[in-house]
Design a protein around this ligand. Structure first.
Ligand SMILES: CCCCCCCC/C=C\CCCCCCCC(=O)N[C@@H](COP(=O)(O)O)[C@H](O)/C=C/CCCCCCCCCCCCC
Length: 212
């Protein structure tokens, strides 16, 4: 299997590894989960490249923090929030001297993780006449759409029309037959949901949910 072949199992493994016994979220594994999702998006064709490019740029920002001189403060999302707030490294109300803080960058991926959770639950419970474009757009309208300007929403709508049908989508997930994919989604979703909720609670507690 080539390195750039998407594996749903790997998404499950990375999100499982991202949580420690203290319910802290390791940035390294959070990033790894997104890198695997980018591999999946790239397998869908160029129509999604504007999306994967944005995710890759945000992954790179977080990787740069993690490998930088303050990297020890970026090991977990919790330590990142603490460090950036204590050192005034976050633009809280308007974009200023820290336009691409770790907190703000991760928030964008966090919001997208909500979309993923909503979409995967729809996929898990879908029937043979379900449409991937409808499942994607319904999940998008319930989550990310509120954070995107009109032009982005329109571009996303066009991209959704290019999505493969449900059967092909299951095949591209590369996780066996439908029953095996549904089982793996059932195993993955609680982990994704837990990572999402821990991050949501952390950001809400620190009033970071609307970072510019
Ligand atoms: C486990 C099974 C895999 C199933 C398929 C999932 C594969 C894709 C996973 C996630 C894709 C969504 C990632 C979206 C990240 C968007 C981050 C964002 O909101 N960026 C905007 C804000 O950033 P700043 O400008 O403030 O820095 C950015 O402006 C917009 C970027 C481009 C548009 C993003 C649209 C997201 C659409 C979500 C549906 C993606 C469908 C992928 C194909 C299944």
């Amino acid at each position: 299997m080539s390195a750039d072949t998407f594996r749903l199992q790997k998404v499950l493994e990375t999100f499982r590894s991202s949580l420690n016994e203290n319910k802290e979220v390791y940035v390294k594994y959070y990033i790894a989960g997104w890198q695997e999702l980018v591999t999946f998006m790239n397998s869908l064709g160029n129509v999604f490249s504007f999306i994967s490019k944005d995710v890759v740029s945000k992954i790179q920002i977080l990787e740069n923090f993690l490998s930088g001189e303050s990297g020890s403060h970026y090991v977990t999302i919790q330590s990142m929030v603490k460090y950036e707030l204590e050192n005034d490294l976050v633009d809280l109300t308007k974009r200023g001297s820290h336009p691409e803080s770790g907190c703000r960058t991760l928030l964008r991926l966090h919001r997208a993780l909500h979309w993923l959770e909503l979409f995967l639950e729809r996929l898990r419970t879908s029937t043979e006449d379900s449409k991937t474009s409808v499942m994607c757009s319904d999940a998008y309208n319930e989550s990310l759409a509120q954070h995107h300007p009109w032009l982005i929403r329109k571009a996303v709508g066009v991209a959704f029309c290019a999505l493969p049908g449900r059967d092909t989508f299951f095949e591209v997930l590369n996780a066996g037959d439908h029953a095996q994919v549904v089982a793996l989604l059932g195993e993955s979703l609680p982990l994704i949901a837990e990572v999402y909720q821990i991050t949501e609670d952390l950001y809400a507690k620190n009033n970071l949910l609307e970072l510019p």
